[in-house]
Design a protein around this ligand. Sequence first.
Ligand code: TPP
Length: 629
Amino acid sequence: MSDSLLSGIHSPEDLRRLPRERLAQVADEIREEIVQRVSRTGGHLASSLGAVELLVAIHAVFDTPRDRLVLDVGHQGYPHKMLTGRREGFDRIGKSDGIAKFLRRSESPYDHFGAGHAGTSISAALGIARAMQHQGRENCAIALIGDGGMTAGMAFEALNHAGHLRQRNLVVVLNDNEMSISPNVGALSSYLSRKLSMPLVRRMKGFAREFLSSLPGDMLHWAHKAEESLKVFFSPGMLFEALSFRYVGPIQGNRLDVVLETFANVRQMILSGEGPILVHALTAKGYGYEPAQQDPYRYHGVGAFEVESGRFRPSSPGPPRYQDVFADTLIRLAHEDPRIVGITAAMADGTGLDRFREVFPDRFYDVGIAEQHAVTFAAGLASEGMKPVPAIYSTFLQRAYDQVVHDVCLQNLDVTFALDRAGVVGADGATHQGLYDLAYLRALPNMVVMAPKDENELRHMLVTALTHPGPAAVRFPRGAGVGVPLDPELKALPLGRAELLRDGDDAAILALGSMVHPALEAAAELAADGLSVAVLNARFVKPLDAERILGLARRCAVLVTVEEHAALGGFGAAVLEAVAASGLGVPVHCLGVPDRLVEHGDPAEILAGLGLDAPGIARAVREAVAAGR
Ligand SMILES: Cc1ncc(C[n+]2csc(CCOP(=O)(O)OP(=O)(O)O)c2C)c(N)n1
């Protein structure tokens, strides 16, 4: 690998010192290095490859970090990380003490605004641009957002506001590759691509070019202006111009010469107060690495692979993933109940709903990166007697909180939330941890909240949620199940009833979801030390099985709750409330995630570090029992 130029670049200042004609080599080296490094560690590949030229050009032309670059999601930011002194960090990307896969302010002064969730960049950049204006600074803010990110309602809220403010020091770069993780959806996406491919536009442009070349000098100037108007009239620019943005494009976003020249012009326009400007760049996701360019969907986020062939390292066989068990169960239930529909917000693959789509294409909805809409859309369906199942990662449902409250719970509508990736997610880090859903859902009237101890119980909980006539949420972890056999028959579980898995009277472990099996292991370990420890599979956080829990509180010397969730406001807090209300004096120790951020790393190591594994639970029970003696 030739890294002669890149190895001399430690910051964008180094890049800006290079003569322009050498920047193409820098882009090539970055691309090559991303492929090599990601092939070893895994990570976001296709999005970063597609954005190499845009990021090289932004750093080469603008005065970063004084001009602020704000990336949407941040998953396309590997070229940016390489240009800002973090090349070596790629060896430990997503691992503990390594660099993050997304953006954190603490990682670099060039990551001026943290990201991980989509659709935030334009709002943040507008706030930054506005602050600069308040403070009399002459710099600008640049938001880089994908056409997938642009499906988030928030992006439009920001465009609308920026246009209203006529924010002259704001640049939005739309990186349009027609892909979200899977092919992008929505009327806007079709509008952008239809506008560009309209045969009439192509014919008109061809005609204009021919006509122009035949004109004498001064007429040429006016004719060029006419061509511009024509282009604006027939191009996607109309939409953005209507929002008071100057529209520049569409440009070929993987042609470095074109991108450099465009950004140089845009910078001049910004300096002369002509913003806000939207640059529409057409790129190819996975650009420059054939396997990724051919199949950007598979190469969006990858594990290790072989560079030559693009082949992925075979994954070791093991228990089925929760997401697949969820999807297969939903398909089975949907065969029996035509009211069931599946809804995803741009995560068909991650939630397993791509399987559902294959069987029930007419009862599947990908709404784009629009969790808020997904929830109220589900509420609308439910209000007419359908049984919608929005499958949304725990972390992304945060965005739709008011919709859950106002549209679903207040109206007691029959919506089943499948909350995937609930708990510690590992390499994706703090922005993606699913650690708050119990707290934010359990406060809501009418809501049922449950968590299965394994993939088999997940299936029964899905039936339970769909049988329950009001809102219900099932939260389950990322990755592979426990490996238990799957019952042939599906059944609804009795609402609000926990399951006593092991009896004992020295202590009782009240465990939720993913913590039930480690709790059983801990109890077995403690039995070897002569302690008799009960284990309750709580199943429901709401309604809580207060009767059984208080029964254990009367018999056992101490209660220990354990959950893969923030300790504040979660399952343990619900138990504390029930015990306090009962007037019983039993000590309750709550194990959960303490009140701090959980960064990226190996999930098992993170859980062990938090004491949320069998040895940690056993340790906590021993200490609790000793303290009570
Ligand atoms: C609120 C939210 N929902 C879902 C996701 C998961 N997600 C990460 S990247 C991505 C696709 C982004 O597409 P686009 O912005 O077009 O970027 P591209 O990868 O195509 O370059 C999605 C859906 C997210 N990060 N945030």
